[in-house]
Design a protein around this ligand. Structure first.
Ligand SMILES: [Zn+2]
Length: 270
C-alpha cells in the first residue's frame, strides 16, 4: 500500500513521516554515500586506482548495492516500530479477516496476518521474503467496513500474486557513482552536488516504480472482487489516509483501474 502524506490525522502524519524517512529516504542516502565513498576510494585520486578499479566497482557494486538496498529498507522497517507493535489478534479481528478474505483466490498467498497497534494510524502493507506477511493496524482492522477490508486484502493478495523482491533494478543507478567521481574528481564539491541530484532522481524513480506496482495490484484485485466494489473500498481507505478529494494519487489509482472520469467523480463524491 502506498500512502500520500496530505491532510491526514496528526498521528498518521507523524507515523508516515517517520516511516518514509526510515524505509525510503535514509536507505537511499546511506546507499548513495556508500557508493560515492567506494567510488572515491577506487577513483583516479586514490592510490587504489588502477585499470581494474572501474570494473571492480561495477562488478561488485551491482551485487552489493542491490542487496544492500533491500537490507537497509528491511532495517528501516524494523526500526519504524511496526514489527514491534505486533499484538495478538482478538477473536473478532481473526473473524473479520476470515470474512473479508472469504473466496479470495489469492488469500492463500498473502500469508499470516499480523495485527499491529499503531494508535489512530491506518496501515495495511504486505511484504517479506521468503514468507510473505500481511500487516494491518488495529485502527484499520477495527474501523474499516467489511468492503474496505476486503478491498485491502484483495490488494495485498495482488502484490503477493505478482511475487518477486519488489525489483530493485533501480539500485543499478548507484553504479553511476564511479564514472561521476572519475569525471569530477578534480572538483569534489561537484561530486556532492551530483550525489544529491542522484538521490533525488533515485527517489523519484523508486516512487514511480512503486506506483506501477500499486496499479498492478489494484487491477488484480479489481478483476477478482469486481472493479467497482474494489474501487469504492480502496477509495474509502485512501480517504482515511488522505482527506482531500482532489488529491492526484486517489484519482490516479482509480484511473489505473480503467474507470471513466465520470465513474471516478461518482466514487470520489460518494
Ligand atoms: Zn500496495
Amino acid at each position: 500500500m502506498l500512502a500520500a502524506g496530505r491532510a491526514m490525522s496528526p498521528d498518521a502524519r507523524r507515523f508516515y513521516r517517520r516511516y518514509y524517512l526510515l524505509t525510503r529516504f535514509l536507505p537511499a542516502y546511506v546507499l548513495a554515500l556508500l557508493s560515492y565513498i567506494v567510488a572515491w576510494l577506487l577513483g583516479p585520486r586514490s592510490p587504489l586506482f588502477g585499470p581494474l578499479s572501474g570494473s571492480a566497482f561495477i562488478g561488485a557494486g551491482a551485487f552489493v548495492f542491490v542487496g544492500l538496498s533491500q537490507l537497509l529498507a528491511w532495517l528501516g522497517f524494523q526500526i519504524s516500530g511496526v514489527p514491534a507493535a505486533r499484538v495478538p489478534p482478538t477473536e473478532l479481528d481473526a473473524a473479520k479477516v476470515r470474512d473479508a478474505s472469504a473466496g479470495l483466490p489469492g488469500a492463500a498467498v498473502v500469508g499470516p496476518v499480523e495485527v499491529v497497534e499503531l494508535g489512530l494510524v491506518p496501515y495495511a502493507a504486505s511484504g517479506g521474503t521468503p514468507v510473505r506477511q500481511l500487516w494491518l493496524s488495529t485502527h484499520t482492522l477495527r474501523t474499516a467496513p467489511p468492503q474496505v477490508l476486503r478491498a485491502l486484502l484483495a490488494h495485498e493478495a495482488g502484490h503477493s500474486a505478482a511475487g518477486g523482491l519488489g525489483c530493485a533494478w533501480q539500485d543499478l543507478m548507484w553504479l553511476l557513482a564511479y564514472p561521476v567521481v572519475y569525471v569530477l574528481s578534480a572538483v569534489p564539491l561537484l561530486i556532492l552536488v551530483a550525489l544529491a541530484l542522484q538521490v533525488s532522481l533515485w527517489l523519484r524513480l523508486d516512487y514511480a516504480l512503486r506506483l506501477r506496482r500499486e496499479a498492478s495490484a489494484d487491477r488484480w484485485a479489481g478483476a477478482v472482487i469486481g472493479r467497482r466494489i474494489y474501487a469504492e473500498g480502496i477509495e474509502r481507505y485512501l480517504r482515511d489516509l488522505d482527506v482531500s478529494a482532489g488529491a492526484p494519487l486517489r484519482r490516479t489509482r482509480l484511473a489505473g483501474l480503467g474507470l471513466t472520469p465520470g465513474e471516478i467523480d461518482e466514487i470520489l463524491d460518494g
